[in-house]
Design a protein. Sequence first.
Length: 256
Amino acid sequence: MPEADFASWGWRIPFLLSIFLLAVSVYIRLSMNESPAFQRMKSEGKISKAPLSESFAEWKNLKVVILALFGLTAGQAVVWYSGQFYVLFFMTQVLKVEATTANLLVAASLVIGTPFFIVFGSLSDKIGRKPIIMLGLLLAVVTYFPVFQALTKAANPDLAAAQASAKVVVVSDEASCSFQGSPIAREIDFKSSCDIAKRYLAQNAVSYSNQAAPAGSPTKVMIGTTEIESPSASVANSKFDEESVKKIAEFKKSGW
């Protein structure tokens, strides 16, 4: 449909269609029986009368909750969101893949991967959940970096070549650098030369590595053999000065 129509009302169509999926999920949930272990506990009157206080106020139970949250759920969340969501952002924002193409690629990968939920779910019934989950986490640790590197070479070979030939390194006093991944980053006023440099590189989807510098020294950005000194907050608009911007533009023209 025309872009104006999609922006006005077309985007609501997928949400309306999801009502069907909601109905299917409710039907499945209502058709499920409680596990035999729970039914046995219920018949024996062993169900907790204060589940929240027993789960979070008693250390023997709380440590199991903490282990499940940080030892299992956190790992699965990283794998899931990296594979299903971040990869779309990575292709469109970093690799500059056209949005429709990127969405179709992710959709195709979901179609290919979905049957394996059934395969490995069935296998976990036979050998247990833990081996399957741990194998999945191990595969992510081993393959994610090579997979994203291969994706870069396939989708944007010029960027991959530039990253290999002109690596970007931020040389800074680590004590002057703030955490760039803060969920409230918009509320933080980045004023140090380190923060300004890293924010600029991140906003322009430029990968970089870090190198420690002597305490109190200004931040420098190394692009290959070219050195650019990051400004402090006193520079107008907290951006690189005009000369630095010109240098960056030259690198972009050459493929960086």
